[in-house]
Design a protein around this ligand. Structure first.
Ligand code: ADP
Length: 204
């Protein structure tokens, strides 16, 4: 894993399009769920957007933990907190933002299975082809040779703070960091955003 990863910033328009595509796939599969399980934290917004499109009233949460800091898997994936509600006899869809190693989603699906749902499927917006686990539905596949760190809108400030901190090791100050993020990560960040980060993270 690169110290400063190649990045792709996802827009809310991308997110909307992925949610539309996933909802259509779930409907085509004739498998509209009665309960959506949103993995925290990355799966919460996707879970809510799918619930909106599919008319699903019930969302429960499950907390998987894997990637400690941006673009760095932190040991083995673990389930830090169990299901926030029962799923027995529910048609259940487990939702996350991306399958990368696939460890978290596999762990989550195995855990949910033990809670005896009537049906069990999974969905992610993005699926990296090297993942050990393939979700039932995904909106877009990223080829294994094209791995990127996806900067989702719900993780933007956290990712930016971490990437900028690492970029600062190569040259401090907002302008140098901005250049490094563009050259090393392929990320074009507005100056104002880095100035905002610099207010609470020391960037020199
Ligand atoms: P999975 O949930 O399929 O097991 P991972 O264990 O690979 O996925 O990753 C867990 C979480 O880490 C993801 O749900 C996502 O929030 C974050 N993540 C992993 N890889 C990436 C990536 N390439 N870009 C952005 N976020 C990622």
């Amino acid at each position: 894993m690169a110290d400063l990863p190649r990045c792709r910033r996802a827009s809310w328009d991308d997110v909307d399009a992925w949610a539309d595509r996933l909802a259509a796939a779930v409907r085509d599969g004739d498998a509209v769920p009665t309960t959506i399980v949103g993995l925290t934290r990355g799966g919460w917004v996707p879970a809510r957007l799918l619930a909106d499109r599919l008319g699903v009233k019930r969302i429960v949460s499950l907390r998987a933990q894997h990637w400690g800091v941006t673009a760095t898997p932190d040991g083995a994936a673990t389930l830090a907190e169990g299901l926030s509600g029962p799923v027995a006899d529910e048609a259940t869809l487990v939702v996350d933002d991306i399958t990368d190693t696939g460890d978290s989603l596999r762990l989550a699906v195995d855990h949910v299975r033990e809670a005896h749902p009537r049906r069990l499927e999974s969905a992610t917006f993005l699926h990296i082809a090297h993942s050990k686990f393939t979700p039932t539905y995904f909106a877009e596949e990223i080829p294994r040779t094209a791995w990127v760190w996806v900067v989702f809108p719900w993780n933007y400030w956290e990712d930016l703070a971490q990437l900028a901190t690492r970029a600062a090791e190569r040259g401090r100050g907002v302008d140098a960091i901005r250049r490094t993020l563009r050259e090393a990560c392929g990320l074009d960040v507005p100056r104002a955003d880095l100035e905002r980060v610099a207010r609470y993270v020391p960037l020199g």
